[in-house]
Design a protein around this ligand. Structure first.
Ligand SMILES: [Cu+2]
Length: 280
């Protein structure tokens, strides 16, 4: 945080909780201050022009126009500052976000599967292998369509609404969707990415503060969009292990299978699903 953080706070930005977030904040702060300066500058110029070139003082039109080079200099300075913003800050930061992913071993990889109107999370379990998913297995008890015959999927963890991650470890979230376009947006982590049916879109961030943060859908995805919220809990490594153990025990018994007695809710027909089925 620096003194410029005032404007971000004023606009309701929650405090940053990720390793890269301060860079995003820095660009936002700079852009807001720069736009504020431009607004005041151009407004002042506009008022000056209204007075200076009023009809009473200037009864006849002057076809030569402005002779002073000052407006050219001003325009050039604005272009220069915007070029520095774009080439010096925005593009390098964006390139880093999309090209320099942390190595798979170091990072926690989680599949985020959005649907109307919740986020599902798929974790590979102790074997580190994601089980196969297929649309044909999707049911109320198996929201992600995990293949019950795939041994890699036996220990997988599937949760809805709440995801836990350990602090200070990079998280790679691979986004996809079962129905329409959603957007996995975690404002405190300064990260957002579209979840698009038929695509796997990876995004990454490193949480640096433990706590509970809000996950929201950032794309208008239907009537229930306003309620499409979830929770991201950043745990200490010990708490994270405890959560993993708890989830593993929970899904151990009631693991998604095609058990014949599984109750089907009549008011919740299966939606057309187009979830990709990434192997391992
Ligand atoms: Cu949504």
């Amino acid at each position: 945080m620096n003194s410029l953080a005032l404007i971000n706070e004023f606009l309701g930005q929650p405090p940053n909780a990720s390793a890269h977030g301060y860079q995003i904040d820095h660009i936002l702060e700079f852009c807001h201050w720069f736009m504020g300066a431009l607004f005041i500058g151009w407004s002042t110029f506009f008022i000056f022009v209204l007075i200076r070139f009023r009809k009473r003082r200037q009864p006849a039109a002057d076809h030569a126009g402005v002779r002073s080079p000052i407006s050219t200099h001003l325009e050039f300075s604005v272009v220069l500052i915007e070029a520095v913003l774009l080439l010096g800050f925005a593009i390098p930061l964006w390139a880093k976000r999309v090209n320099q992913f942390p190595p798979g071993k170091e990072a926690l990889v989680v599949h985020v599967v959005a649907q109307q109107f919740s986020f599902n999370y798929h974790l590979p379990g102790p074997d580190g292998q994601f089980g196969r998913r297929d649309v044909s297995f999707v049911s109320n008890s198996n929201p992600l369509g995990l293949d019950p015959n795939d041994p890699a999927g036996k220990d997988d963890i599937v949760t809805t609404g709440e995801l836990h991650v350990p602090v200070d470890r990079p998280v790679i979230a691979e986004l996809s969707s079962k129905d329409v376009i959603h957007d996995f947006f975690v404002p405190d982590m300064r990260i957002a990415g579209d979840a698009i049916p038929g695509s796997l879109i990876p995004i990454w961030f490193t949480p640096v503060k433990t706590g509970t943060y809000e996950v929201i859908c950032g794309q208008l995805c239907g009537l229930g969009h306003y309620g499409m919220k979830g929770t991201l809990v950043v745990d200490t490594p010990q708490d994270y292990q405890a959560w993993l153990k708890e989830r593993a025990e929970l899904s151990g018994g009631a693991h998604p299978t095609s058990s014949p007695g599984a109750p089907q809710q009549q008011n919740n027909p299966p939606r057309p699903a187009a979830s990709p089925s990434p192997g391992g």
